[in-house]
Write a protein that binds this ligand. Sequence first.
Ligand code: GP9
Ligand code: MN
Length: 722
Amino acid sequence: MKKIKSVLNTRLGFMTFLILCLWLKTIVTYYLDFSLGIENFLQHFLLIVNPFATLVLLMSVALYFNRGILSYIAMGIIYIADSIFIYSNVLYFRSFSDFISFNSITGVGKVAKGLGTTTLGVVQARDAIYLIDIVIIALLFIFHFIKVDRRPFRKLNAVATTCLGLMLFSADLAGSEANRPQLLGRTFDHSYIVKYLGINAFLPYDSIRSAQNDQVRSTATESEMDKVLDYVHQNYAAPNPTYFGKANGKNIIIIHLESFEQFLIGLKVNGQEVTPFLNKLYHDKNTIAYDNFFNEVGSGRTSDAETMLESGLFGLPAGTSVFTKLGTSNTFQAAPAILAQKKGYTSAVFHGNVGSFWDRNSVYKNMGYNYFFDKSYYDTKNPDTASLNTYGIKDKLLLSESAKYLEQMQQPFYTKFLTVTNHVRYQFADEDNDNFKSTDLDDDEINQYFKTAHYLDKSVEEFFNYLNDTGLSKNSMIVLYGDHYGLDKNSKGDSQHKELATGLFGQDPDTWSKFNETQYQRVPFMIHMNGLKGGIKHTYGGEIDVLPTVLHLAGVNTSQYVQLGTDLLSKQHSSVVAFRNKSLITPKYTVYPNDSGSPTVYENKTGQEIPLKDNPRLAMQADKWLEDVSLKLKVSDNVNNKNLLRFYTPTGFIPVNPTNYSYQNQVQQLVKRRDELGVKSTSIYSRNGNKSTTNLYNTDALQLQDDRSPIDSWSYLGKKEK
Ligand code: GP9
Ligand code: MN
């Protein structure tokens, strides 16, 4: 004990102790909170030793202070800063399945602003282990077990310690390169950097990459756009004449079903349908539904789905989002602007979250959205809607309260309703849901998922009833899609899809593979319109294909636009579905790239991996698909990262001027427009003899049950004006 004490009472000894504590803490996060996909012994080894290099480097800074007390203060600051950094990463990972990146600090701060209690929702009691070390160290000082070593410290020793850190880092890098060649250059996934070089190395790595990106953008030239246009023209799929213009002049209503997965369709839990209304809609004779439609989002989740839907380009590679990284300054040729200019549409987004989330309030202007009704336009005085749910107000409230704005929109309109209640960790009471009886699996998040999906279903049904009762459904095309997976990883980092498949559907856990994970990336995509010859289509496609499909139905020629998907209804539609991690699915195969060597190919029919050495043809084909997918993603990333659309304006398209849009006083803007148009006003309100239709909106939302009398739209709006 004495010996330990005397070592601890030297400056170097104390520093070593701090490094050991931080090392232990980092290892705990690696194994308890981050899912890093450790595959072999070398990876375990690298993971266990990787914190040392950066910790020695960081701590060595404190040794340069000659005076003992200053040096100890510096060590303390470094210790606490790194502890906060590690724990912030734990919370961030629980929310985003990713690590804090340069962009998440500079950009996603705006996302975090809206997160509030949802982020707090990921704090767990066991997180005390991330604090306990600081308490122990403080106690050791208080009880004088450790004293400050005031003897001067030789600079040379400080330099030697820094060199030791650098050497350790080089050794780590060499070991990593041996296990995974080109680690820094070719990164599929952020977890690779953390797995090999450590959590402390990730942020500097990512910051350097971001600085490079900015440089890339400033050196972009017009000629690069020509290459993009060549690519787009080669991959263009002409519209199907049977469907082209079928929705000409109709309102387009997009319903974004938050986190809604395809497996929910038709599913019964305890003998009760989870989503009875959407099931009916799925089979409706006026609905075209897809059962092989995949989400293609990356870390930008909802915002990636929106990026694809509106701009026809993909989200960005792991760690960031087009919206927050580039969307506030990039040039877009997006759906609202195209529809306004080609077909005279008025556009709006309805969303019960704060407008700053994903930077929407600025991105939407660049996309040409006329109106954006964010949380501030909705009634949030009920504590149930206001404080608990920082992803936004409940769907029934959002949709029902939107009616008073929707009925004032000039037709035809292009409107998007972003729901939120089915988001993971959304605070939700069973009473909100007719006490729908969910599963009782071990994972509460999965059990909750069915409940919120059931609620979302009911919310959409109420909205459809309103569309029918007002006659809106007669002249509208309604497009519904699930934005991305709802189930993800549980608190131990295991796949919730696997839990579901084994716990509810009886799949053998030993047969679970990446193939199954891809199968669960299916989300619904439905187009509902009176007079549309419906049916369930088995075409393979994804979110990137929605924009050309919708525009063609609306009768807009898309050949001039930079859109990377192909119309799902076109005979030339490409059925190779690209995922943001560069894997892909085709009607027959699922293909994953490998860091080194040949890809992994699964046969969709059997789910079995096909050995490629016996199948040279398939091996070649798989390589070709992977190349195509990489190229497609690269073209998209180039256009986005280098802001290439600023160099190209399609003939007859007027670039969007964001300063033309204001999301303040939108009710006044709507009234002004209505008054300007006079008898030519096409809003539902005007067409209804200047009478509100909100009394036709029936909801069983608990929060709206108090003697709710039909609302006269204008007096109500007058009160609500911002
Ligand atoms: C928040 C909502 C959820 O406004 O759109 O976003 P997500 O977390 O799914 O990206
Ligand atoms: Mn989402």
